[in-house]
Write a protein that binds this ligand. Structure first.
Ligand SMILES: Nc1ncnc2c1ncn2[C@@H]1O[C@H](COP(=O)(O)OP(=O)(O)OP(=O)(O)O)[C@@H](O)[C@H]1O
Length: 230
């Protein structure tokens, strides 16, 4: 579905990604990208969603070069990024935020909102409330639900548990597990143990390079990962 081939990425003249190749296929449920702060995980996600260009190499979605697509077309191709910042419309209601998530696909919006309310009952309770007034956990659920409104084939989640209490974090991981039955998840998470536990495959990124690829379980058992990240 998505393929990165030998990509290099820089900010101004500082190179932060070096010769990275990875792919996600229809068979994947959860693919986790782990590594220390500053390794380049968010940058890779931004590159995949067309928000940051590559210096060399290519990023393709279903065979089309991402560089030739605008961000809306990338969503239509089935790749949605829920970034760390969540980017909700704080002054708009929960329901309006969900409607915005479907801006590229206006059919059956009400039915899809109902599906989201079934999966996230708290959002139905808060339906008419301003998104900005929700708790951190509720905002994260809204950000995920809004991402799902366009029925992506790949949902990329950048640090979904950022700033959340442990109990809410556990709920967010349960939700990711549920969603992964229908949608491939690309996950970046500071809770490395949880991210690997859910993952069918994982990549370890250090200093902008992929240094290890394995199953989630294999990575959990790796001495290097255990020593450095668990
Ligand atoms: N907008 C930017 N301008 C300049 N440098 C940046 C920018 N964003 C990220 N970087 C740098 O690129 C490198 C990779 O950052 P990135 O945020 O992708 O890492 P990360 O693995 O997601 O880390 P974290 O877990 O801390 O978010 C870091 O050295 C970072 O300082």
């Amino acid at each position: 579905m998505i393929e990165l081939s030998n990509i290099d990425v820089s900010y101004d003249r500082m190179q932060v990604i070096w010769d990275v190749s990875l792919e996600l296929s229809e068979e994947d449920t959860v693919v986790s990208l782990v590594g220390p702060n500053g390794a380049g995980k968010s940058t890779l996600m931004k590159t995949m969603s067309g928000l940051h260009p590559v210096d060399s190499g290519s990023v393709t979605l279903w065979g089309d070069d991402v560089a030739d697509l605008d961000p809306g077309e990338i969503v239509q191709h089935g790749f949605v990024l829920v970034s760390e910042e969540r980017n909700l419309f704080g002054e708009m209601s929960v329901r309006e935020n969900l409607e915005m998530g479907a801006y590229r696909q206006r059919d059956d919006i009400d039915a899809r909102i109902e599906q989201m309310y079934d999966r996230f009952p708290i959002l139905e309770e808060r339906s008419e409330q301003r998104a900005g007034s929700l708790s951190g956990g509720e905002q994260q659920m809204l950000a995920i639900a809004r991402g799902l409104m366009s029925e992506p084939k790949i949902l990329a989640l950048d640090e979904p548990s950022e700033g959340l209490a442990p109990q809410i974090t556990d709920r967010v991981f349960e939700i990711i597990d549920e969603i992964s039955d229908e949608t491939t998840i690309l996950l970046v998470e500071q809770h490395v143990d949880k991210a690997l536990d859910l993952a069918d495959r994982a990549y370890l990124l250090e200093n902008g390079q992929i240094v290890h690829e394995d199953t989630g379980q294999g990575m959990l058992e790796s001495d290097h990962v255990k020593d450095a990240y668990l």
